[in-house]
Design a binder for this molecule. Structure first.
Ligand SMILES: [Zn+2]
Length: 299
């Protein structure tokens, strides 16, 4: 077997067992093999249970993931993530620019961007969310490929969070995002890592939560390097971010399930910040963001 991203033959089985199917606590009936490339670090599975394009256009996906496809529920669940996204991008790159969010859901993050940006482009396969955003005056596309007809080399800033791990061909995803970028434009592509510390300490209990039918990929720094080189991207950087605090780790140890933003009296802010910054510095955090710059003289 060869690595599905870099083509190298050094592939091992990183995990074999039940994996998450939609919401936390829902598992596949059958065992699934997760493969890992020893060269680029990409992890993937080949368990294709649905036509993914149709699936992400339907309400079934959100219902299975979050128990709802209601637009207002989307904001209730996701408005809290915007501050974290500004941590990845900064706030100073959006004013007067053409900005696209690929896989934006109902546009929780774009609602903040549109206050300063010149043009806001919402790319989202879900018909329900797309309808909601069209109603609020955004330029809306189902897929990046459709946006290319009008916006090739014209988008100054692209953001895309928690999307690339869902797509069948991440290489193609990156190529299309790069093609949309204007010369000098930049893209921020964020995705969960394999959270190596959590995996090492918690083992199978954590892995059966981390690996999911809806995520055919768990990408690594090496995955981005491989893909970037293949589409001729020379200017890119991968940064590591820890989204979940020490409280989540302790809760996992005690209960074997996610504690999300659980707080404990003995975990002081200093302690939590040390946990977060150490994991980020050691590149062992639970999230990473690849920033790509399209050079002023790119082909
Ligand atoms: Zn590889």
């Amino acid at each position: 077997m060869r690595c599905k991203l870099c083509g190298c033959e050094d592939v091992m089985v990183a995990y074999e067992g039940k994996i998450r199917d939609g919401r936390v606590g829902n598992y596949t009936d059958k065992k699934v093999k997760m493969f890992r490339c020893e060269k680029c670090g990409t992890i993937w599975h080949d368990s294709r249970e649905r036509d993914s394009r149709q699936y992400y256009q339907s309400e079934a996906y959100r219902n299975e993931l979050e128990g709802t496809s209601d637009v207002n529920e989307f904001y209730r669940l996701h408005d809290g993530e915007s501050l974290e996204k500004f941590r990845y991008t900064g706030t100073e790159i959006f004013r007067g620019k053409t900005v696209a969010d690929i896989g934006c859901g109902a546009g929780a993050f774009l609602d903040y961007i549109q206050a300063v940006a010149d043009t806001v482009i919402a790319v989202e396969p879900s018909e329900t969310y797309r309808g909601a955003m069209k109603g609020r005056g955004y330029t809306v596309f189902g897929y990046a490929q459709e946006a290319l007809k009008e916006y090739r080399n014209k988008v100054d800033v692209i953001v895309s969070f928690d999307v690339i791990e869902h797509v069948e061909e991440p290489q193609k995803f990156l190529e299309e995002a790069y093609a949309l970028l204007s010369y000098g434009g930049r893209a921020f592509i964020g995705t969960p890592t394999d959270a190596p510390v959590m995996r090492e300490v918690l083992g199978n209990a954590y892995e059966s939560f981390l690996f999911s039918t809806q995520h055919p990929w768990v990408l690594s720094g090496g995955s981005f390097e491989t893909m970037a080189k293949r589409c001729g991207i020379t200017e890119f950087q991968v940064r590591y971010y820890q989204r979940y605090g020490l409280g989540n780790f302790v809760y996992w140890l005690l209960n074997g399930q996610p504690g999300r933003h659980k707080e404990y009296d003995f975990i002081t802010k200093t302690m939590d910040q040390a946990w977060i910054s150490e994991l980020e510095q050691q590149e062992k955090s639970d999230y990473m963001v690849c920033e790509i710059v399209k050079g002023a003289c790119s082909p």
